[in-house]
Design a protein around this ligand. Structure first.
Ligand code: GLU
Length: 474
């Protein structure tokens, strides 16, 4: 059931139906597609925690969709609505996004049925540590086997608790910091992980707008500058995507949809100002520089160039797909467009930049963090000053010839790269290459009807090659 109340296939079925279409464009041996499509194993755990003297039971899952590459990777979701079907769907999406953007991990996901807003920080720590311990016992948290990260309802705070729980139980594992990613930088995290998914969305849209053929396909023209954007969900992903697009690309954010209502201003809403307002007032209602609407989902149907659903699955469904006016839907969330809605939007000529690609920025930077943890050194530590020295010598050599290098270029050249520079450069490169491979498949394979199918087909192909080469399949 989707949020409109109409009967639609489940999230997992939605992902699997797209998989079936994508795998039908490939020449896979019988049985292999079936094996790749389904989750390899799912661990369900019920555990008790004493909260304020009362025993409460919690139920959670960790699903491993694929382990053709290890570790398997994916976030842990805290939500009262999380269930096994959802966790399996999300784990499958992790496999496809990692394969697509060449992040050498299998796909996994975890979920815990909990409303974090109902618990104190102290209780949340207790619950998280207990959940982590249960997962550690069964090797569902382990730097070489399964590495969680945040998802909805969790963040770097929970990851630090998980890392600390792992270190307490496996003090002899020299790579203990690599057991989880998106830790605070002071706890072995990496600069730039917090904003990585949102920035990846911005990089992905920038790449889309570098290809006139693709822009025309969605009945748009020009660059990102001045394009009207609606963003649904101002969480970590939505906030950073909208902020970067507004500040660096000149996109006009005309509407923001949140759980407590929506804001609309055709002249633009300043995202930073709004985030600050929301922090103080615990909601968007009353923000002085925009019109307020109680029923936020209505604004999904407002006229705009780009719509970024950045909250959760199933928000664009058969109940509202026909009324969507956006020309491009940029799936920052996992699974925001249902399988049936996808077909309706395709018919309308809306371009969907799919989740399997567009929100891969998070796991990409998680990969960088994992490498950093395994190498026990921050990126740039060895070469930064060396490169600065080399560049200074180059500047001096050129200027000795009597040529003056403009000051702003000298400033750029003088600086050796720091960790954040490497992270951003690696993320940008990954997002550029990802879209290029999708569009190449889309434009050259006549059976590939959308970017989603192209992205999935590329991912499935890579996973299939991997299984085949390792000898699982003859
Ligand atoms: N939960 C994020 C996602 O859906 C991040 C996963 C990770 O970094 O492992 O991609």
């Amino acid at each position: 059931m989707d949020s409109s109340g109409s009967k639609e296939v489940s999230f997992r079925q939605s992902v699997n139906l797209s998989f079936d279409i994508a795998s039908s464009t490939l020449d896979l041996p019988d049985g292999l597609a079936y094996y790749i499509k389904n989750n390899n194993h799912v661990f369900q755990i019920r555990f008790p925690v004493k909260i304020n003297g009362k025993l409460e039971s919690f139920i959670g899952w960790r699903a491993v969709h694929s382990d053709h590459r290890l570790p398997s990777k994916g976030g842990i979701r805290y939500s009262p609505l999380v269930n096994q079907d959802e966790v399996e769907a999300l784990a499958a999406l992790m496999s496809y996004k990692c394969a697509l953007v060449n992040v050498p991990f299998g796909g996994s996901k975890g979920g815990l049925v909990i409303d974090p807003s109902q618990y104190s920080e102290e209780s949340l720590e207790k619950i998280t540590r207990r959940f982590a311990f249960e997962l550690i016992k069964k090797d569902y948290i382990n730097p070489s086997i399964n590495v969680p990260a945040p998802d909805m309802g969790t963040g770097s705070r929970e990851m630090a608790w998980i890392a600390s729980t792992y270190a307490a139980h496996r003090p002899d594992d020299i790579d203990h910091l690599a057991c989880v990613t998106s830790k605070p930088p002071t706890q072995g995290g990496i600069q730039g992980r917090t904003e990585a998914t949102g920035l990846g969305v911005a990089f992905g849209l920038r790449e889309f707008f570098r290809h006139p053929e693709d822009i025309r396909l969605s009945n748009l023209e020009g660059t990102l500058e001045g394009k009207r954007l609606i963003v649904q969900g101002l969480g970590n992903v939505g906030y950073h995507a909208a902020k970067y697009l507004q500040e660096e690309d000149g996109v006009i954010v005309i509407a923001v949809l949140e759980y407590d209502g929506a804001l609309y201003n055709p002249k633009g809403i300043n995202i930073k100002e709004l985030a600050e307002y929301r922090r103080i007032h615990k909601g968007v209602k009353g923000f002085p520089h925009a019109e307020y609407f109680e029923n936020s989902s209505d604004l999904l149907e407002y006229d705009c160039d780009i719509l970024i659903p950045a909250a959760m699955e199933g928000v664009i469904h058969t109940g509202n797909a026909a009324k969507i006016k956006a020309r491009v839907i940029a799936e920052a969330a996992n699974g925001p467009v249902t399988f049936d809605a996808d077909a309706i939007l395709k018919e309308k000529g809306v371009s969907i930049i799919p989740d399997t690609y567009l929100n891969a920025g998070g796991v990409t930077v998680s990969y960088f963090e994992w490498i950093k943890n395994l190498s026990h050194i921050r990126f740039g530590r060895m070469q930064r000053r060396y490169e600065e020295k080399q560049n200074a010598a180059l500047i001096a050599a050129i200027e000795n010839e009597g040529k003056k290098i403009p000051d702003h270029l000298v400033k750029v050249l003088r600086q050796g790269p720091s960790e954040i520079d490497f992270v951003r450069s690696g993320l940008d490169d990954t997002m550029r290459e990802g879209f290029q491979s999708i569009r190449e498949r889309y434009w050259t394979n006549e059976n590939t009807a959308s970017y989603r199918i192209a992205a999935m087909a590329i991912a499935i192909e890579k996973i299939a090659v991997s299984y085949r080469e390792m000898g699982v399949y003859p």
